[in-house]
Design a protein around this ligand. Structure first.
Ligand code: LUZ
Ligand code: MOS
Length: 733
């Protein structure tokens, strides 16, 4: 009895709705109901941080793809057809797609962020070299394999159960309850696994769930909506494009004494997660470098594009690109290799970040030095020079890219998680956490944590779906922190059960210290003693003795805090470090290029699962290279997406990935604030891809030392060609 929903969306980027005519659509056989904002029993509001985003347009549309009506029909084909019969009369208004233009007319989504340390003005007077410029980076489409979607079913007692492709089941639950005007306990959200997220489903999975839940609420029938790829590309937000200005000052020894920047974030038509993304940009403005004097301002600009959102790195990459551009600019104008300035300014132990936190167990120098030595960078540079001398039409370029990324949600409140563990009377184990498996391997890690704690093997552990009735008030699976937060909560639950079992066995065996009872290889044994019992037998005994074999675990990251007005504090549990070396070859006739090799030294702590983590490094790297080189989102002045399909929006494929990728595991002591002394691995490797931009730039410079390219990513083949032949590549093509 499932019905199918579909959105009728705005076809102009800004305008006033005069009239909506649904007569023809309503009369189409198979159409059950057409829903507008007036049918919403609760609030017409899906904004997560700021309540500025209606689920369905009321008087005005603000971007192409903004939902106006929901068609519910017997099939998705009928719903599709009905959408084409809806007629909406709109009086167009002025469209703004450029963030600086929006800023100039005062269209901001949230308060500007200003953050500084030291005194840049004074520091610049001590600088031998001062460079100013502009840098911009484009947006990025998530291209998760599974598009957005949700399925709602009536669940008795007026409650609704929703299967949602979301990173944030609680965000979905909260948003649906708000829209339906009910309490959260009426809404159950269940997620088994999802086909990719990359940030795109941190907050933007909620509207679709709200739509199907609304239809289910009105019709008392199951309703499903899974977006077509074209709809998803058109309607959902992406990585924020940024336009930025920088000013960097160095002394005669190339120490960076001062850095200033202004970031103009293209936020789209509503705030979504933009203010949080902007904050992470500011926190990562100096990447892996120590800069004593910093002064940055950041603006989230309201434009007539779909609201942009979380994307792997969450504003960090955009900030780090500007820093790398500034250093590249300085190196070019001084006439030294970029890596000389990079190396000179790497973070050291105890150095303070812009936000006041100081480095602890800083691995910036270690990663860099190991990468330089182990991958013989000096030798590579010599052989690249030789290659370039004898190849007039092919040039190689190399860039080093250090990364330092802070782990924790910058919103301290979000850094907590819970887990539920049941040991069944036959000894088998069922675990639930708030973590969402989206291909990143967190399910494997959760199973490993529980198996490790109980001394069982992975096959003894059943990981249940992520469900708001079993684990409530979850933070989204995001910020690279999912395994840490949920793993710690899970460990807490396992340890509660273990400690009950230990006390029971100590009593049974007549030993004093319960901590000498340990669990491994499916057995409980007495440490240094002779007592032994099979896990199953121990559980049966506990069951007979009426011992509680279930536990709820909780974890809240200790130590972290941030003053929201001064942005000073200790926002991150720890930092992840790494260095990548990227080499490319440019075809100087055609502008095409290939990445010959990427070599990485990455700080994994004590990796929980090296195979899973390697997958994250490779995937993140390639996604970063895609953002920096191939993927070009083009909106015209009318706010129309001109690269709205996968034929003209190019994502990396097997031909464009680096020919070789080598990853060395920097064995570090890890952090106690990470799960089992591992380190978060989801986002940091994306930023290695920034080096791709500069490797290409360097190759172009060896063909044409006078090239006039602006720092404008992505470095598409077209831009390479213009750069090679001295055509000035403008900002924002
Ligand atoms: N999401 C979020 C994130 O809400 N806050 C963050 O700090 C964050 N960082 C990275 C990715 N998603
Ligand atoms: Mo994310 S950008 O960690 O959802």
């Amino acid at each position: 009895g499932t019905l199918f929903a579909k959105v009728y969306a705005a076809k102009v980027a800004h305008g006033i709705i005069n009239n909506i005519d649904i007569t023809k659509a309503e009369n189409l056989p198979g159409v059950i109901r057409i829903i507008g904002h007036k049918d919403i029993p609760g609030q017409n509001q899906v904004g997560g941080i700021i309540a500025d985003e209606p689920l369905l347009a009321e008087k005005e549309v603000d971007f192409i793809g903004m939902p106006i009506m929901i068609v519910v029909a017997e099939s998705d084909v009928i719903a599709h057809h009905a959408c084409q019969l809806i007629e909406v009369d709109i009086t167009p208004k002025k469209v703004i797609v450029d963030p600086v233009e929006a800023y100039e007319v005062g269209h901001l989504l949230s308060d500007p962020i200003h953050c500084k340390k030291g005194d840049t003005t004074a520091a610049f007077t001590n600088c031998k070299y001062i460079l100013e410029g502009e840098a911009e980076s484009g947006g990025q489409e998530h291209v998760y394999l599974e598009t957005q979607g949700a399925y709602a079913i009536p669940n008795g007692d007026r409650s609704i159960k929703i299967f949602s492709s979301t990173q944030g089941p609680t965000a979905v639950q909260r948003t649906v309850a708000k829209v339906l005007g009910c309490t959260m306990n009426q809404i159950e959200v269940d997620v088994n696994r999802i086909g990719g997220g990359f940030g795109g489903k941190e907050d933007q999975a909620s509207p679709w769930a709200a739509m199907v839940a609304l239809a289910t609420h009105l019709l008392d029938r199951p309703v499903k909506y899974i977006l077509e790829r074209g709809e998803d590309l058109q309607m959902t937000g992406k990585r924020h494009p940024y336009k930025s200005r920088y000013k960097i000052g160095l002394d005669a020894e190339y120490n960076i004494l001062a850095f200033e920047a202004q970031y103009f974030q293209n936020g789209g038509a509503a705030a979504d997660l933009s203010p949080a993304v902007l904050q992470r940009t500011v926190f990562h403005s100096t990447n892996s470098y120590f800069v004593p004097n910093v002064n940055v301002s950041a603006y989230s600009c309201r434009t007539n594009l779909p609201p942009n959102t979380a994307f792997r790195g969450f504003g960090g990459p955009q900030g780090m690109f500007v820093m790398e551009a500034a250093i590249h600019h300085a190196a070019r104008s001084i006439g030294v290799p970029t890596h000389v300035i990079q190396e000179k300014n790497l973070l050291t132990e105890g150095a303070a970040f812009l936000y006041g936190q100081k480095t602890e167990d800083c691995e910036a120098q270690n990663c860099w030095q190991q990468a330089r030595l182990n991958y013989e960078v000096d030798k590579q540079l010599v052989s690249i020079e030789k290659y370039n001398e004898v190849h007039p039409n092919h040039k190689k370029g190399l860039a080093l890219m250090p990364v330092c990324f802070g782990i924790s949600f910058t919103n301290t409140m979000m850094n907590n998680a819970r887990a539920l563990v049941h040991v069944y009377s036959d000894g088998s184990v069922g675990i639930s956490t708030g973590a969402i498996e989206m291909g990143q391997g967190v399910s494997s890690k959760m199973i490993q944590v529980a198996a490790g704690a109980f001394g069982l093997s992975n096959v003894d552990i059943k990981l249940e779906t992520t469900n708001t009735t079993r684990v409530a008030n979850t933070s989204p699976s995001a910020a690279s922190a999912t395994a840490d937060l949920n793993g710690k909560a899970l460990l807490d639950a396992c340890e509660q059960i273990l400690s009950r079992l230990k006390i029971m066995l100590a009593k049974t065996w007549n030993i004093n210290d319960a901590d000498t009872v340990i669990f491994h290889n499916g057995q409980a044994t007495e440490l240094g003693g002779t007592k032994k019992m099979d896990w199953k037998e121990a559980i049966e005994l506990a069951f007979q003795q009426r011992i509680n074999l279930s536990a709820k675990g909780h974890y809240a990251t200790p130590r972290i805090h941030i003053d929201r007005t001064t942005l000073q504090g200790h926002p991150f549990a720890y930092h992840v470090y790494g260095t990548a070396i990227l080499t490319c070859t440019v075809d100087c006739i055609r502008g095409n290029y290939e990445f010959d090799a990427v070599e990485i030294v990455h700080d994994f702590g004590t990796s929980l699962n090296p195979a899973v983590d390697l997958g994250q490094i490779e995937g993140g790297l390639v996604q970063g290279i895609g953002w920096m080189t191939l993927e070009e989102l083009i909106y015209n002045k009318k706010g129309e997406l001109k690269s709205g399909n996968l034929a003209n929006y190019k994502i990396p494929d097997i031909y464009s990935v680096p020919k070789t990728v080598q990853v060395q595991y920097l064995e570090t002591i890890g952090s106690d604030l990470a799960i089992l002394k591992s380190k978060a691995v989801g986002e940091p490797p994306l930023m290695y891809g920034i080096g791709a931009y500069f490797a290409l730039y360097n190759a172009i410079m060896s063909f044409n030392p006078e090239t006039k390219m602006a720092y404008s990513a992505p470095m598409t083949a077209e831009k390479v060609l213009m750069g090679l032949y001295g055509v000035s590549v403008p900002l924002s093509v």
